[in-house]
Design a protein around this ligand. Structure first.
Ligand code: AMP
Ligand code: MN
Ligand code: MN
Ligand code: MN
Length: 294
């Protein structure tokens, strides 16, 4: 049987966000927090951008963190399912990657306008201006920024804005066509990176639908799947670890940290539980040997 325990924390985090996308901390604040939490190996994986990578790489070396350049790409899979694909060890200067990510981000402000129009219809005025208060770059505008606006202004309780307004089928939801799965994986691979399915348990797919996603992902050249994620319960971890093993995918580890105190549970950026023993580990693909650093 595959088991896991919260006591085996390791100084690895291969998924987190800065103000370059929908994180609340800038790169310096984020990496300082990683350091003070005892982290060592950190990948910055902002949504659809590598804008923060240069600064993060430079600052990480100053404070003696091992930095892995990353990205989290928004994908529309199988007609209209939103799936996130993390790229690790990407070349953040790769023109093909940068241009394609920029094209994706160009739609964010326009979608934000439509979200605000829909929220206005249910009695919430000025949501675009409100969300932009939490967002430094219109190309980064995310539902997370609308979430912060809705909570701060009392339209939703903390942790409830998605289920009330922003999730699929709710009054503020706007459909968006993101990258295809094949394109996202190929941009990652062409820039020298490794592709990983982010937080698989969060999609609410049946087992057979998840296996179908995995087959398409492997067909495109994908190698990894997040087993450890703040979106995963301990049952999810066991379930995904089994699937990773049977599907020969490398297990990955990421907090998906966005903010301090935004979630109902505290997420520590920089340190995470190890994946279960029997699983293949993405750390081997990335040539990270944590034994050397204890
Ligand atoms: P977007 O890329 O603008 O569609 O926003 C997606 C982001 O919203 C994700 O990356 C998460 O950070 C956040 N998000 C999605 N679903 C939820 C949820 N149920 N609760 C809190 N945050 C969520
Ligand atoms: Mn996010
Ligand atoms: Mn995600
Ligand atoms: Mn994320």
């Amino acid at each position: 049987m595959i088991t896991t325990s919260a006591s085996n924390l390791i100084p690895v985090d291969l998924h987190c966000h800065s103000t370059n996308s929908d994180g609340a901390l800038n790169v310096i604040q984020l990496l300082d927090l990683v350091k003070s939490n005892g982290g060592k190996y950190i990948a910055l994986t902002d949504h659809d951008t590598v804008d923060g990578i240069n600064e993060a790489k430079e600052y990480a070396s100053k404070i003696d963190l091992c930095f892995i350049p990353g990205v989290e790409i928004s994908v529309t899979w199988d007609k209209n399912n939103l799936v996130h694909i993390v790229g690790l060890n990407v070349d953040h200067t790769n023109k093909n990657l940068i241009n394609n990510l920029n094209n994706l981000r160009d739609h964010r402000l326009n979608r934000g306008l439509k979200i605000a129009e829909k929220l206005a219809k249910v009695g919430i005025p000025n949501a675009l201006e409100g969300a932009m208060q939490f967002c430094s770059n219109p190309k980064a505008l995310s539902r997370t920024h609308f979430n912060r606006f809705l909570v701060q202004n009392g339209y939703a309780k903390p942790g409830k804005a998605f289920e009330k307004f922003l999730a699929h089928g709710k009054p503020g939801y706007v459909d968006q066509k993101w990258a295809s799965l094949e394109d996202a994986v190929s941009w990652i691979i062409q820039s020298g990176g490794v592709a990983v399915i982010a937080h698989p348990a969060r999609y609410g797919f049946t087992r057979s639908k998840l296996i179908r996603l995995i087959n398409d992902f492997k067909q495109a050249g994908g190698l990894g799947i997040e087993i450890i994620s703040s979106s995963h319960s301990s049952d999810d971890i066991i379930h995904i670890a089994h699937i990773a093993t049977t599907e020969n995918l490398y297990g990955s580890i990421g907090s998906d940290f966005h903010n301090i105190n935004e979630s109902y549970k505290q997420i520590l950026v920089g340190i995470n539980p190890q994946i279960p023993d029997k699983c293949l580990s993405i750390l081997d693909v990335l040539k990270i040997n944590i034994e050397n650093f204890n």
